[in-house]
Design a binder for this molecule. Structure first.
Ligand code: MG
Length: 289
């Protein structure tokens, strides 16, 4: 049985609750969406204060499918290796090698490099196995690149040995090229990875023997003397699928050990890796950003 004092307490609670609800509903009605008086606003046109008209983005005519757009530097279109040379430096395995290499790059004379010696056949550029990589004649900093490649069919191969190559931005920061269609390896070293730094968001591999492509945006690291001002970033699309979304790099690509930044010039050649596999390339173009 409910006693009188309990009943009184309950009544008080209900009164309190109703008071809260009435206050809440009063607040709601007092926060109605204000009406816009367009006629009045038209006298001062305040929206114009947030309109930006400069700089005007340059007009770029897109290529058909993945053909080079009008402002790209064509690095390989099937004809010749005039945009490529043999690299001035080999790849550094660890920071003990890479750090002094970066220092040497400030004093390097880039004019004396030998001609690139990869093979051109049927409009395709083929890695000259065991002869070393190739690098661009020009030096680049921030870039967008498009590049198509094909892993030759070789069922005897597996892991990191199945169609390994790579794009080394500034000769230092690698986006991996590997056949990972039904071929497993460590995930931070598979296709679409920033080698040993960032696992890809997806594996968009096509089978060996089919052409694939990368579209990549590379932001170069910036240095002020010995000080790192901003790190490198990579955004990678593999066959149109996002695998790296503006990821921050820890430093140059290291096969052994952890990377850290070492100061180097603001622009450096981009290189393609010879990892002993006859990977084929075509349609390579780059846009400076
Ligand atoms: Mg590689």
């Amino acid at each position: 049985m409910i006693n009188k004092s309990y009943s009184k307490k309950m009544n008080n609670k209900i009164v309190q609750l109703l008071a809260i609800l009435m206050t809440f509903s009063a607040c709601m009605t007092s926060q109605e969406v204000p009406k816009i008086d367009w006629e009045e606003l038209g006298k001062t046109e305040p929206w114009k204060a947030t309109e930006v008209y400069e700089p005007v983005p340059p007009k770029v005519t897109p290529g058909k499918w993945q053909e080079a757009p009008s402002d790209a530097i064509v690095l390989f279109d099937g004809d010749d290796l005039s945009q490529w040379v043999k690299p001035q430096n080999d790849y550094g395995v660890n920071m003990e090698q890479i750090e002094p290499m970066c220092q040497l790059m400030f004093k390097t004379d880039w004019s004396g490099r030998a001609p690139a010696d990869w093979i051109i056949k049927d409009g395709q550029l083929i890695v000259n196995q065991g002869k070393g990589g190739i690098e661009t004649k020009e030096a680049f900093g921030d870039v967008q690149i498009h590049l198509e490649w094909l892993s030759p069919v070789d069922p005897e191969k597996e892991g990191q040995q199945y169609s390994n190559s790579g794009i080394f931005f500034m000769g230092l920061y690698e986006v991996q090229i590997l056949n990972n269609y039904e071929n497993e390896t460590y995930v931070n070293g598979q296709v679409g990875s920033v080698y040993k730094q960032h696992i890809p968001l997806a594996n968009a591999s096509r089978p060996p023997g089919e052409w694939q492509y990368y579209d990549i945006v590379f932001t170069a690291p910036k240095f002020d003397g010995d000080q790192l001002v901003s790190p490198a970033y990579l955004t990678v699309f593999h066959n149109g699928v996002l695998t790296q979304n503006h990821v921050k790099l820890k430093g140059p690509t290291c096969f052994i050990g952890e990377p850290h930044y070492a100061p180097h010039p603001a622009k450096l050649p981009l290189s393609l890796q010879d990892h002993g596999d006859a990977v084929r390339y075509r349609n390579i173009w780059i846009r400076e950003l």
